[in-house]
Design a protein around this ligand. Structure first.
Ligand code: CMC
Length: 435
């Protein structure tokens, strides 16, 4: 595993004064010149902690996996620009890159693909497991529960070798789990994986074939799915990845970490936004003139409505993944020979928002979820599966971060502190004296 984590402390310091005492904080600098004040000794030397709700200014770790410059709209996996990976790579190649740190050789990739293909099947007992869940369950908690349940089927202690097996099993079984969660929701028979198909084509086959009807995978569709997986593969310390790291920091196993990551991703402010975007576009399509009405609500401080698929904690410029997806959307829709009213509405909304003072002044641009749903829809992926597609894509990123954390010499259990604002000490009041 390539590790580029070094001691990046510089000679520079930042000084703060507290209760008349000066405290010097060392400055740590990353390879792209990002600077951080190291506060790891702050509490023990001064009694102070830092307060940063939502962690917008807190670096929880040093990481060599993904670089984002949100001001310039840059995203790179292991140094490679997302646009180049999107154009030339495949999802499994990107998964290897994220997890191992370097692009695979042809032989590496062939072996990796073969190993993954060998582990795509789920234990037959999972049929009963799925059968015990309600039919109308959303596929996201079904996937989270299934990945968590894998830990009950593979209970070996987590040695280095074992963790590598877990990595292969997770990558191999995730498309099967995703497709089964969909088949369960529509009451159709589960389709076994076909290991002569590539990763994305195999997933599509398990989703759409039935025992009575073969499904011939359209290469335009499987290539588009592969691209979507690549674009979602990592995004440094986002909510779900931080969750995976947090769970793993207690030395819980990788299955537990990934299951928690899937749960965190489900929320509408994170991966769940892609489903919400389509629901928003469909509502606008149904109600003539509702785009302006929707934007008015999104701008209104008294209304909790947000323009879904817009805005990002890190990007204060166009999300580079959204740029690739916008282009791909038109190409895929043209190649499939369909038209998309939803794409037209999305483009119109974007055009209005990017000229609107509210969105411009807050630097709110389309994020990855704004166009991904339109493509999924055009490819025939059901709406409640959109966030599951995101989870399939994000899996190698989660794995890479989990392993990086475990190999970090500074690795400690994650345990933030707090500023307590509750009652001061008070004596217990007996039941008969309570009003
Ligand atoms: N529509 C309307 N107003 C917005 C939006 C939006 N989509 N996003 C942010 N704002 C406003 C927000 O009300 C605030 O205004 P003010 O300064 O007047 O109080 C300002 O912009 C800053 O927003 P914030 O909530 O402080 O920003 P954040 O960094 O905490 O939240 C976000 C980031 C992604 C949760 C948020 O932009 C949002 O809710 N977007 C819609 C949901 C969405 O598309 N999520 C997918 C994120 S990308 C995929 C992923 O990584 O999961």
């Amino acid at each position: 595993m390539a590790s580029q984590m070094t001691d990046n402390k510089t000679q520079d310091t930042v000084d703060i004064t507290f209760e008349g005492k000066s405290i010097s904080l060392p400055i740590v600098r990353g390879t792209e010149n990002e600077s951080a004040a190291d506060i790891s000794k702050l509490r023990s030397t001064s009694g102070l902690i830092t307060l940063d709700p939502g962690y917008g200014n807190t670096g929880a770790c040093q990481s060599a996996i993904t670089f984002i410059d949100g001001e310039k709209g840059i995203l790179r996996y292991r140094g490679y620009p997302i646009e180049q990976l999107a154009e030339h790579s495949t999802f499994l190649e990107v998964a290897w890159l994220l997890i191992k740190g370097e692009l695979p050789t042809r032989a590496d990739l062939a072996l990796f693909s073969r190993e993954i293909a060998r582990h795509t099947m789920l234990h037959e007992d999972f049929r009963d497991f799925f059968g015990s869940l309600p039919k109308d369950a959303h596929p996201m908690p079904v996937c989270a529960a299934t990945v968590g349940a894998l830990a009950t089927f593979y209970q070996e202690p987590e040695s280095d070798r074992q963790i590598q097996n877990t990595v292969i099993r997770l990558l191999a079984k995730m498309p099967t789990i995703a497709a089964y969660s969909y088949k369960h929701s529509i009451g159709q028979a589960f389709m076994y994986p076909q290991n002569d198909l590539d990763y994305s084509a195999n997933f599509l086959q398990m989703m759409f074939a039935t025992p009575c009807e073969e499904y011939v995978v359209d290469p335009v569709i499987s290539k588009a799915v592969d691209l979507l997986l690549i674009l979602h593969a990592d995004h440094e310390q986002n909510c779900s990845t931080s969750t995976v790291r947090m769970v793993g920091s207690s030395q819980a196993n990788l299955f537990a970490g990934i299951s928690a990551g899937i749960s965190a991703l489900w929320g509408p402010l994170h991966g769940g936004a892609n489903q919400k975007v389509i629901e928003m576009l469909e509502q606008i399509a149904r109600e003539e003139g509702s785009a302006e009405k929707f934007l008015n609500r999104a701008r209104d401080k008294g209304d909790t409505t947000r323009l879904m698929g817009f805005g990002h904690r890190i990007y204060k410029n166009y999300d580079p993944r959204a740029a690739v997806l916008k282009k791909t959307c038109s190409q895929v829709i043209n190649k499939l020979g369909t038209s998309s009213r939803l794409l037209e509405i999305a483009m119109k909304l974007e055009e209005i928002a990017l000229r609107d003072e509210y969105f411009v002044s807050r630097k709110l641009y389309p994020n990855v979820d704004f166009y991904s749903g339109v493509i999924y829809k055009a490819l025939g992926i059901p709406t409640n599966m959109f966030t599951v597609m995101f989870a399939m894509g994000r899996l190698p990123g989660w794995i890479a971060h989990f392993l990086e954390m475990r190999n970090d010499p500074d690795f400690r259990i994650g345990r933030p502190r707090q500023v307590y604002t509750g009652s001061k000490e008070r004596p217990y009041v007996g039941m008969d004296r309570r009003s």
